[in-house]
Write a new protein. Structure first.
Length: 367
């Protein structure tokens, strides 16, 4: 039985999803609901090499760093060091969970997830495993095997668990008074009279998208459009052009959604979910590497006419111009895409999962 003090203390939850925005954002979307609706204290686990070092503090959460434990694919001679690194990271995760009085743990994959799941199991805490990709990763499969409650964004990921969709932060795509759009136009020096093309390669940037855009930007702006381009912190800044704003990373994505008429981007699971929740027509260029999951993430939207697709191998300045120009000149087509997106958003996934976590933590506190 928990003490009276334990039962009245604020709920404490540790979230673990690091490396890329695709792992971090779903965890923080649920974390925001836990914090803002339930008054929970939420601490995020991360590593110093991931984007969480900037994203997590910017969203108002405490970040606790542990050592990353990447599995060296194709380098068997490095496997011997993994057990030692994993034990150290699990100890670090357990230290954070004890220090924060954690009552539940949520993981979304990435380098920090496996140590978090092992630590939670060791401390007998309820823990949850959210897989946002079309094909489940190794860490999340391990989490469910360890006894975590699995949730999937889509069916047939290869990981057991209910299919719930992808959690998106509350308020994405909502701008009733136009304040977000006004902020975006001012922040990036954009013209409210021009249609805006948002181009991003994801949190890491995308060299092929950047290269195609470099050859297309003058033709796009000559057609009367403007471009907001997030080229990625790891890439060189592109050349300057009129009606073209290039930034390494977009911190205020809600302002970007508010000013954009169309987005050109990769089709990571979180990206697709947020675009859909924002009601933003998209041209998806799936990442050509890995297991092909990026193409699967956006396939249903392409099939229903809510989005378009250009394969990376076919991506050139010409294909970008030939796809964007007729689309942006066709207001009826854009309206049809927005209508098709109304039924494909993330809904209340973040709220529903936050409630499940609160209920599980409450049950654990009664034991």
């Amino acid at each position: 039985m928990g003490t009276n003090e334990e039962r009245t203390a604020p709920l404490s939850v540790v979230v673990a999803g690091g490396g890329t925005a695709g792992h971090i954002e779903p965890a923080l979307a649920i974390g925001e609901v836990l914090r803002d609706t339930y008054g929970a204290e939420v601490v995020a686990l991360g590593t110093e090499r991931g984007l969480e070092t900037t994203i997590v503090p910017a969203r108002g959460f405490e970040l606790a760093l542990i050592d990353p434990v990447p599995i060296p694919r194709g380098k068997p001679w490095k496997l011997a060091a993994v057990p030692f690194k994993l034990r150290r990271s699990v100890r670090q995760a357990k230290k954070t969970m004890r220090a924060t009085g954690a009552q539940a743990v949520l993981g979304t994959g990435g380098y920090v997830a496996a140590p978090a799941y092992l630590a939670a199991k060791s401390l007998k805490l309820p823990f949850f495993v959210l897989e946002t990709n079309a094909l489940a990763g190794m860490a999340n499969k391990l989490g469910v095997k360890l006894g975590g409650t699995g949730f999937n964004a889509v069916p047939n990921s290869g990981m057991p668990g209910d299919v719930v969709g992808i959690p998106v932060r509350p308020g994405v795509g909502v701008d009733p008074d136009g304040a977000k759009a006004e902020r975006g136009y001012r922040m990036w020096g954009l013209d409210p009279q021009r249609k805006t093309i948002l181009v991003t390669g994801g949190s890491q940037g995308a060299v092929s998208i950047n290269a195609a855009l470099a050859g297309a930007v003058e033709r796009l702006t000559a057609e009367g459009f403007q471009v907001l381009h997030a080229y990625g912190r790891k890439n060189d800044a592109p050349a300057k052009h009129d009606h073209y704003t290039a930034v390494s990373y977009i911190d205020d994505i809600e302002a970007a959604y508010a000013v954009a008429d169309v987005v050109v981007c990769r089709s990571g699971a979180m990206t697709v979910a947020e675009n859909s929740a924002a009601g933003l027509p998209a041209i998806y260029i799936p990442l050509p590497h890995g297991n092909g999951e990026q193409g699967l993430n956006s396939a249903h939207l392409v099939a229903t006419g809510a989005a378009l697709r250009i394969d990376d191998a076919a991506l050139t300045a010409d294909t970008l111009v030939e796809t964007l120009v007729p689309l942006l000149h066709d207001d009826a087509r854009l309206a049809e895409m927005r209508d098709a997106l109304e039924h494909s958003g993330a809904g209340s996934v973040a709220e529903d999962l936050a409630q499940r976590i609160v209920e599980a933590a409450g049950a654990a506190r009664k034991d």
